[in-house]
Design a protein. Structure first.
Length: 257
């Protein structure tokens, strides 16, 4: 015959299991939401803070509860205060993403667009014309578009080539593309703060890495000195890639998210 304590204990286990599952799901969704933004590094420290508080509470250090609560509340408040612009931008990016209607219709159209873009990059590379092309994904690049000249034209290799000609007034900035359209040219991008020790990086490469540190965009950089093509994503740069490799990477990374 089961004791009353055993009967009461079973519902408690289910309650804890449900709480763990709910917390895990919410944490997973939140981490997915902030991944690739400036909120991600503070979140990792916050998780460590929570784990430390949990271990302290599990070991019975009741006197430290007020201290941990003060640390957690103060840390969360500081993060929200300092990163308020980033929070607002991330929220608007999600709203913007769900509100988009114009999309590349199917795989055939997307493949054709990638082939034409790779052809344009190959032409620029052979002629050693420096270029920086940023491909928008889920995060809106609206703030960077406003720093350049609005183009709002369907992409063509000839148009991209003419923008980056040395005599063009827009060749020094970045081209921002949304799906198969050139949205703006001559855009100013943030430069990465990281110091690259393996090689000397020019302004274009720093800008390409910088924009991918703050957004989930892709950045294609063509060196004016060497003509080499590089691709940046999530703050990392794939250096000196061939046109065939560029096509394969774009087909994987530049898709409907």
């Amino acid at each position: 015959m089961r004791r009353d304590n055993d009967i009461l204990f079973l519902p408690s286990i289910w309650r804890y299991l449900i709480e763990i599952v709910v917390l895990y799901y919410l944490s997973y969704r939140f981490i997915r939401w902030v991944k690739g933004t400036l909120l991600f590094p503070p979140l990792r420290f916050f998780i460590v803070l929570l784990l430390s508080a949990g271990v302290s509470n599990f070991l019975g250090f009741g006197e430290l509860r007020f201290f941990w609560r003060l640390c957690i509340v103060g840390y969360v408040g500081s993060v929200f205060l300092v990163l308020q612009p980033e929070l607002r931008r991330n929220y608007m990016n999600r709203v913007y993403h769900h509100g988009l209607v114009e999309r590349v219709g199917n795989e055939e159209e997307r493949s054709k667009f990638i082939d034409e873009l790779a052809l344009a990059c190959q032409t620029l590379s052979r002629k050693r014309i420096g270029a920086l092309v940023v491909l928008e994904r889920t995060n809106s690049l609206r703030d960077f578009v406003q720093t350049g000249v609005l183009v709002d034209a369907f992409f063509s290799p000839e148009l991209l080539f003419s923008i980056f000609l040395p005599d063009s007034p827009l060749h020094d900035g970045a081209v921002v593309m949304r799906e198969n359209k050139i949205v703006a040219a001559g855009c100013i991008l943030p430069l990465t703060e990281r110091v690259e020790t393996r090689r000397k990086i020019g302004t274009r490469h720093r800008a390409g890495i910088g924009v991918t540190e703050q957004t989930d965009a892709l950045a294609i950089v063509i060196s004016e000195e060497t003509g080499k093509i590089s691709l940046a994503v999530h703050g990392r740069m794939a250096w000196d890639i061939e046109v065939g490799t560029l096509k394969r990477m774009l087909r994987i990374l530049y898709r409907r998210l």
